[in-house]
Design a protein around this ligand. Structure first.
Ligand SMILES: Cc1cc2nc3c(=O)[nH]c(=O)nc-3n(C[C@H](O)[C@H](O)[C@H](O)COP(=O)(O)OP(=O)(O)OC[C@H]3O[C@@H](n4cnc5c(N)ncnc54)[C@H](O)[C@@H]3O)c2cc1C
Length: 501
């Protein structure tokens, strides 16, 4: 609902660099709160103009739309503007797969799985049809002068060029804190896009009982597989004259053509799919089998590297009357295993929109106006990166780091005691099932899970056992909750944002 503030001569002028899910959500939230009292303009290089509309570029125009399924926590989705929620959550476009938890409390509802592509489609339509946001289908570049602009929201993703161009104001991100023995810790992950035959919820205990594979589904989705460096070295695309830059380097997806996986753009073949001696390929197939997926259900394979960096600040005065704010992955790119990147980005966007709504009086802002928002961003960084870092280090029962690569390598080596491995995994699944009871829909009988475990090759079983179950207790606890301001048009109090204890 638009809050009626006293008429002011000057609207709040806002530029947003990057119209991904966070940049567009921020624009819609701000307009839903301030209406005509804010003039919001969003730039994105993945858009184009078609007749009188702005639309996403397609593959033919050089844009590979993202197909991943993300999980939105109810502490986040319930705070999105009503018109956005109405568009997002229509039948068949979302599912409730994951259980209630601290960031999805019972009174707000369960987490919701949704395709990132659908989120982007709905937001782009809402921005132009409902909120009157000005959309600019081109890359953002800083103006010669900041005159007339009050806010620059920087939401152009993890490799933000806008943030880099303003490093004198925001500082340079550092990887020191997310390094082991002086080297930044990076993980290589395979993303296998599949259609699913098994009910989404049934796969939750299978995902949570180990750390090698993660399946996030909406009748299909991505099975993500963590790799060792040796396995990652097999992820090579072969052109006619040998290896070419493609998957893993340029973000390409390899799609099935008979038994081979081929890149649409480079016409290169994924080596493990044609290499009979591949160590990796049978391990991938085993992971699919675990979740009831056949080779014929694979729609694409991609690969990416995950690492983290620390930001020194998220808010900066970049001009005499202009403040810049880092949002989304430009602020905090997270390891996605606990699935928090977009949620964290949206929390930051909600916090900033609420703060601007409370503080805007038609006169220039002061640095102190954003102390609360900067505090929330620092809390989010601390909370979410601590959580993600633990899942990257994977401490053993004594708290000593035992990284996922070491665990996978140990699992691939004998001796192999099949019965003991099956018993360990089965016990884990039963414990997880008991813990989930009452927090999600009903799950199949124990025997169904035993059949899935028994179908695995013994090496895969040992890797799963060594990789350990999700360390939910260690990474759980209080969440950063964003509270939207009450309707206080004349108040100069900061928005009521707090860390729930
Ligand atoms: C496999 C995988 C699974 C994930 N699962 C989850 C999950 O379950 N839950 C969750 O919360 N998060 C998840 N995430 C993270 C989530 O996808 C990201 O956090 C989210 O996409 C970040 O949104 P963003 O808008 O900040 O950045 P982006 O999505 O990267 O969007 C940035 C936008 O900026 C545009 N842009 C870039 N440069 C410029 C420029 N110079 N000028 C103009 N525009 C520019 C780009 O075109 C793009 O549209 C997952 C990520 C991955 C990889």
């Amino acid at each position: 609902m638009v809050v009626r503030l006293p008429q002011r001569a000057v609207p709040l002028r806002v530029d947003v660099a990057g119209g991904g899910p966070v940049g567009l959500s921020f624009a819609c939230m701000l307009k839903s709160m301030l209406g005509d009292q804010a003039a919001v303009r969003v730039h994105d290089r993945r858009w184009m103009r078609r007749r009188n509309r702005i639309v996403w570029r397609g593959l033919a125009d050089g844009n590979m739309r993202r197909e991943q399924v993300v999980t939105l926590q109810s502490n986040v989705w319930s705070l999105l503007p009503q018109q956005v929620r109405q568009r997002l959550f229509v039948g068949g476009r979302f599912s409730e797969m994951w259980p209630l938890g601290p960031d999805s409390p019972a009174e707000r509802g369960r987490p919701r799985n949704i395709k990132i592509r659908w989120i982007e489609d709905c937001l782009l339509d809402a921005a132009q049809d409902v909120y009157g946001v000005e959309l600019v289908p081109q890359a953002y570049s800083s103006p010669d002068s900041w005159d007339g602009l009050h806010v620059l929201a920087i939401a152009d993703g993890a490799r933000s060029a806008t943030r880099d161009s303003l490093k004198d104001h925001f500082g340079t991100p550092s990887r020191d804190l997310y390094s082991v023995d002086g080297a930044p810790l990076d993980e290589r992950v395979l993303g296998i896009r599949v259609t699913a035959k098994v009910h989404d919820e049934y796969t939750v205990p299978l995902t949570v009982c180990q750390n090698r594979f993660l399946f996030n589904s909406l009748g299909g989705g991505f099975i993500n597989m963590r790799l060792t460096a040796e396995e990652a070295s097999e992820i090579v695309a072969l052109g006619e004259c040998g290896p070419v830059r493609c998957i893993g380097v340029l973000g390409c997806t390899m799609r099935p053509q008979g038994p081979r996986f081929v890149c649409d753009k480079h016409r290169a073949v994924l080596k493990p799919s044609v290499d009979r001696l591949s160590f990796l390929w049978p391990r991938i197939m085993d992971g699919l089998r675990f979740f009831g997926v056949d080779a014929a259900d694979v729609a694409g394979i991609t690969s990416f590297t995950l690492g983290m960096q620390q930001m020194s600040k998220f808010t900066a005065q970049i001009g005499p009357r202009t403040f810049g704010f880092l949002l989304g992955d430009a602020a905090n790119a997270l390891h996605f295993w606990p699935g928090r990147g977009l949620n964290t980005g949206l929390k930051g966007a909600l916090s900033l929109a609420a703060e601007l709504r409370t503080r805007w009086r038609g006169t220039p802002f002061h640095a102190a106006d954003f102390a609360v928002h900067e505090g929330i961003m620092q809390q989010l960084q601390y909370r979410e990166k601590s959580r993600a870092w633990i899942t990257m280090l994977m401490p053993d029962e004594n708290g000593a780091p035992r990284g996922i690569e070491d665990r996978i390598r140990d699992g691939l080596q004998g001796p192999f005691d099949r019965n003991a491995l099956v018993a360990t995994l089965y016990e884990r699944v039963r414990t997880i099932k008991a813990r989930l009871a009452g927090r999600m829909g009903s799950l199949p009988a124990d025997e169904w899970f035993l059949t899935r475990i028994n179908a695995m090759d013994v090496r895969t079983l040992k890797v799963m056992v060594e990789s350990g179950p999700w360390i939910t207790r260690r990474i759980g606890g209080d969440e950063i909750v964003i509270r939207m301001p009450q309707e206080r048009p004349n108040s100069t109090q900061p928005a009521g944002l707090s860390l729930v204890s």
